[in-house]
Write a protein that binds this ligand. Sequence first.
Ligand SMILES: [Zn+2]
Length: 114
Amino acid sequence: MAKVHIKVGDTVYIRTGKDRAKTGEVTKVLTSTGRVVVKGVNVVKKHQKPNNQNQAGGIVEKEAPIAAANCMLVCDSCKKPVKIGYKFNEAGDKVRICKACGAEIETVSHAAKA
Ligand SMILES: [Zn+2]
């Protein structure tokens, strides 16, 4: 399984491809392929024939997954695409941190209670 450092709900910056320099919210993470789906990014048009769900048919727009490696997390504190790291805070919880400003992004896992 590919390691994906991005989670659903993260805002990411796209580093490469036709949507380079766009930002968007992650709506899906596909850990098996190391890809993510980002709202409004890599939108593809699919021609759909009429079926039971969609009587009219026509063109459906849908976001296609992109490689998570091409995304960078946008830090809430410094509002920039940043690299993330991990550390343990004073309570012993593992947290994701912004490597640029050091802000704690979220708690990854809580310290095991002895
Ligand atoms: Zn930051």
